[in-house]
Design a protein around this ligand. Structure first.
Ligand SMILES: [Fe+2]
Length: 152
């Protein structure tokens, strides 16, 4: 095994600002993708459940867009320009409210995982570390809320 395999626990040197920008761009893409998915889900739900589920999905959309904006600002403050190359496909199929919430949960779990992933790589950068930890708290709450909605 090479040393590189375990540098998650002991990343010594703080990341360069290029590395930080690259990590932020990953999160930017993650949030934009989540926003697109929320927008799609909010408009794919059919039936009575729409009444209860649409507000949740719309709030998710607004929040992910806000997160993307915060990340874009951070990239800008480091002298970078946000960059993304996302491809999201959302099928033209109606969903039940439950299915939509289930998919939203998958989206939030992916975002949470992305933040955890970035945290492991930016531990040397105090301000980014703090930001990512705060986001992990927020995203974890969303995951918990969605799981609660799915509980029988
Ligand atoms: Fe988010």
């Amino acid at each position: 095994m090479h040393r590189r395999e375990s540098d998650e626990e002991q990343s010594s040197a703080p990341p360069t600002s290029e590395e930080v920008i690259a990590e932020l761009n990953r999160l930017f893409a993650e949030e934009i993708e989540a926003a697109v998915r929320y927008l799609h889900l909010a408009n794919a739900v059919r039936g009575l459940e729409r009444l209860s589920v649409e507000p949740v999905l719309k709030a998710g959309f607004q929040e992910t867009i806000q997160h993307a904006e915060i990340i874009a600002r951070k990239i800008r403050s480091l002298g970078g320009v946000p960059q993304t190359d996302i491809q999201v496909s959302c099928p033209a199929e109606p969903l039940t409210g439950r299915d939509a919430i289930r998919q939203a949960l998958t989206v939030e779990e992916a975002a949470l995982e992305a933040y955890h992933d970035v945290l492991r790589r930016v531990s040397g950068d105090v301000s980014l570390d703090e930001f990512v930890r705060a986001q992990i708290a927020i995203e974890s709450e969303h995951v918990a809320e969605l799981r609660e909605l799915l509980a029988e």
